[in-house]
Design a protein around this ligand. Structure first.
Ligand SMILES: C[S@@+](CC[C@H](N)C(=O)[O-])C[C@H]1O[C@@H](n2cnc3c(N)ncnc32)[C@H](O)[C@@H]1O
Length: 230
């Protein structure tokens, strides 16, 4: 079994420091460089697609239905979930991210409907109808991906939404030459995973892939997957 503790320490410290500044700018509405604008646009498109799938699957308002925003960052999707009526648990390994998510939800009037906490997702217990995990698994290489994805699938009673960085020879080449992100902006590695591994991991956890989409805009490239237990 992979020892992911050093990677998690690195991610916690990055997303609790310089990464918090960088990503809260991307997830906010301040002026950005052209590279980061493409990441914001891609991320916005991915969240919109995920929300539209959820709205097709659940009657909205989904009052009382539980949702885990796994690796919530600044809480953009936690807020979308709360607005759809879900009872939200937002969890992030970086305390600054969890605090930003909490502030966002409180300001929008959802303090009662959402809890935010700083924790490693692999320590999260409990069952949720929906588990959303966006742009988190992109940081985990194959074995770490498998154990985190399996843990999240086990927490999920109905619908699991996740993104991963799909393997492609072109992106692999860009990685090799360091072109995926300009070096000055790159502080975490993006780990590409083959579709077959994602499918096998979900299948082994008792889930069936029900929808998938590729979201590609400039420097933002992810695969979005909806998997279902039923
Ligand atoms: C690129 S951000 C994505 C944030 C959010 N999901 C979104 O799409 O707006 C990745 C987040 O995953 C969190 N993260 C990474 N590994 C984690 C883990 N093992 N447990 C909890 N959070 C984790 C990081 O702290 C960071 O906030």
């Amino acid at each position: 079994m992979a020892d992911t503790a050093p990677l998690k320490d690195q991610l916690r410290s990055y997303f609790n420091g310089i990464g918090f500044e960088r990503w809260s700018a991307i997830y906010g509405d301040s002026e950005l460089s052209s590279v980061r604008r493409t990441i914001r646009a891609g991320h916005d498109a991915m969240l919109a697609q995920a929300e539209s799938w959820l709205r097709q699957r659940f009657a909205v308002p989904a009052t009382g239905t539980t949702a885990l925003d796994a690796g919530c960052g600044t809480g953009l999707f936690s807020l979308a979930l709360a607005r759809m009526g879900f009872t939200v648990a937002a969890v992030d390994i970086a305390p600054q991210m969890a605090a930003a998510a909490q502030a966002r939800l409180r300001q929008a009037g959802f303090a009662e409907q959402a809890t935010c906490s700083a924790a490693d997702l692999e320590t999260v217990d409990g069952q949720f109808s929906v588990v959303a995990c966006f742009d988190v698994l992109i940081h985990y290489p194959a074995e770490g991906f498998e154990s985190l994805c399996t843990h999240l699938a086990r927490r999920c009673d109905d619908t699991l939404l996740l993104t991963y960085a799909p393997y492609s020879p072109l992106l692999a080449t860009l990685h090799r030459i360091g072109g995926y992100f300009p070096k000055s902006q790159r502080r975490t590695e993006i780990q590409m995973i083959r579709d077959a591994q994602v499918h096998a991991t979900l299948r082994a956890a008792g889930m069936t892939i029900t929808r998938q989409a590729r979201i590609s805009k400039g420097f933002y490239h992810v695969a979005l997957v909806e998997a279902s237990r039923k």
